[in-house]
Design a protein. Structure first.
Length: 127
């Protein structure tokens, strides 16, 4: 079985890594393109420096950071509002935001209503 090589908009991973940020911005969707055109925030610049220095255990609150080709195969811990969720960046994630891969809302399941919550339960005696 032949393994299919990853491509993003017709470019291989090696070609993507050689592109500048401006050239890469032309390949991504509109929301990410506008975000790249505005430039990075200070927190995003700090995160990029950590990634470029090959630091281990990179933690960030920057959920609005676009996944760039240079982040591939890095492990980043993204905050979901309560704790840090570990993400291994894969080639298919290019162009998406870090926050898309950490859920910050969990499913709520309620039990039965308490005594006094409904008209029929108001008359029940409490033991």
């Amino acid at each position: 079985m032949v393994k299919k090589e990853f491509t993003f908009r017709g470019k291989t991973l090696e070609e993507l890594k050689r592109l500048s940020i401006k050239e890469f911005g032309g390949l991504v969707k509109a929301r990410a393109r506008r975000s790249l055109k505005k430039g990075f925030t200070e927190q995003q610049k700090i995160l990029l420096e950590k990634i470029r220095k090959d630091k281990k255990n990179i933690k960030t609150h920057c959920r609005d950071m676009i996944i760039l080709p240079e982040m591939i195969n890095k492990k980043i811990m993204v905050h979901n509002g309560k704790s840090f969720i570990s993400i291994l960046i894969q080639p298919e994630m290019i162009g998406h935001f870090l926050g898309e891969f950490t859920y910050n809302r969990k499913k709520i399941s309620h039990s039965a209503p308490g005594i006094g919550a409904t008209k029929s339960s108001a008359s029940l005696s409490v033991k």
